[in-house]
Design a protein around this ligand. Sequence first.
Ligand SMILES: Nc1ncnc2c1ncn2[C@@H]1O[C@H](COP(=O)(O)OP(=O)(O)OP(=O)(O)O)[C@@H](O)[C@H]1O
Ligand SMILES: [Mg+2]
Length: 608
Amino acid sequence: MERVIGIDLGTTNSCVAIVDDDGVPQVIPNRGGYKTTPSIVAITEAGRRLVGHIAKRQAITNAENTVYTAKRLIGRKWDSAPVRSARQSVSYTIEEGPHGDVRIRLRDQAYSVQEISAMILQEMKLVAEEAYPGETISRAVITVPAYFNDGQRQATKDAGQIAGLEVIRIINEPTAAALAYGYGKSLNKMVAVFDLGGGTFDISILEIGEGGVFKVVATAGDTFLGGEDFDLRIMDWLIDGFKKEHGVDLRQDRMALQRLKDAAEKAKCELSAVSEVDINLPFIISHGPTNEALHLQRQIDRATVENLCADLVQRCIEICQGTLKDAQLGAAEIDEVVLVGGMTRMPAVQKACAAFFKREPSKGVHPDEVVAVGAAIQGKALTDEHEDLILLDVTPHALGLLTAGNNFDELIAQNTTVPTSATKTFTTSRDQQTAVKILVMQREGTENQLLGEFLLTGLRSAPKGQVEIEVTFAIDSDGIVSVSAKDTETGLEQSIQVTASSGLTQEEIGQMMESAEEYMIERKESDELEGAKQQAEKLVSEVEKLFPQVEAVVSSSDFGREALAKARDVIVKTKDAIERRDAAQLKEQGEALSRTLKMFKGVASRPS
Ligand SMILES: Nc1ncnc2c1ncn2[C@@H]1O[C@H](COP(=O)(O)OP(=O)(O)OP(=O)(O)O)[C@@H](O)[C@H]1O
Ligand SMILES: [Mg+2]
């Protein structure tokens, strides 16, 4: 049975987990031994792709070609408020794509956000494959913020496909966290999952029942509220202070911005443990107004950061309030509060959460790892019939249609258990009308978002009012919306065209998959080459070390001198193969060198 991995594709960090052969869910560490991998992608000057820690390490010197927080852009329209805001603060270039979508320019190429996310997913797939050598891992459960809308979910699924993954389910992050928290414990509890990560905030109320039933009662959130916003507040504070002191606007300098972002995040994290930190950024400007170098040096304390970010914390609490109300529960009816996401380490967040729910949060889960672990558990449950797990999630947004006069006609209410569907009958309003246009909307908070414009075409030609079309709107278990239509009299299914989606076409996805595959082949070859090179270097050094010793023993005979000449020759050829990165030669000379080393070791160990 092929394994299923669970991937938490985070704004800041991603994590991959699996249920191992003994049925224990485990996070899989990456090559460097870290359990999470920064969700950062870069292209170097030489055109090499970097993902994760190595991309993060070069972010300052390659700021324009390093993408972070791509999740804040995924599935969003170019002209949306969040994208406008991101354009102000990121160090890379964002462009408008052919579908009114967002593209990211790295070096000489524009990438869709789905492709950038796919690069991170590919990396997580590799992390898993390295842990299970010889196995191909291609099936995954990927998590998304509970408050993600249809477009964001679809785009995440597309990213999975581009990465060569079969996405067997998209699940909500807080739901995954609850699964990890309650799995195998036979609880009977009402649980609130408070998830504040790098980019998004989610709150979900779940009823965990005996027999492995996890039922989401209500959920809400904000997909543009997270650690990034806290960092930006600290950055603004630093930038404003610097401007007052030196009259220089650091916003104009991309490298300075990247250094400020790093410093702001670092200070924020440190202030969770200590009450005061120094921020030191020497040579933040190499040539100031009078050509002198300028340094940024400031002290910041916890109270200042709490002040700068008070409204952000307050927004989380207000969303919690709304969700409890939707769930028709009082704070006292919540048995346990589970904190998820790195930002919940901030004392002010913990305090606000504890005050609102009137209880100390549970310390039982790892805030960075639970989401991936929950996804792995769900993956196992979906593919193993012996798993007793029932997961009932809800749709975070109401689904409806836009009717005349810009009215929202609700078809599926927020917090309805998914999968679900609703049917509406349309009647033609003109004689011989052959097409009907339907605007499908999702309500996010108080705003209506256009999901798609569906054109029902090829209707029967008949007098007005005589053609009835039954349109079914469905939300599947991934939270993704689909529409189908039927002529009630003839039973004929109607064709539906989507015209206003900002997603990718199947053709584009196909092309992106191909280039992702090509990259994987190149990457594997280059990894193998790197391995062979390191192995060869090691052999050369061992042989060279033994050389004088062996020479002393064997150089007196013709046979010995011949062997030494041969060994010298192999060393030269190997060094040359290393230099030229010649895989075939590396293999051949590597084998010859191994034989030489064996012989040398034999000679060297002989008593003289
Ligand atoms: N000790 C700490 N104190 C304060 N903030 C912290 C601490 N440790 C991590 N963070 C913040 O937590 C955020 C990352 O959290 P996490 O890894 O849970 O996010 P994510 O899963 O990548 O994002 P999301 O779930 O929003 O997509 C960052 O903003 C980081 O600065
Ligand atoms: Mg997260």
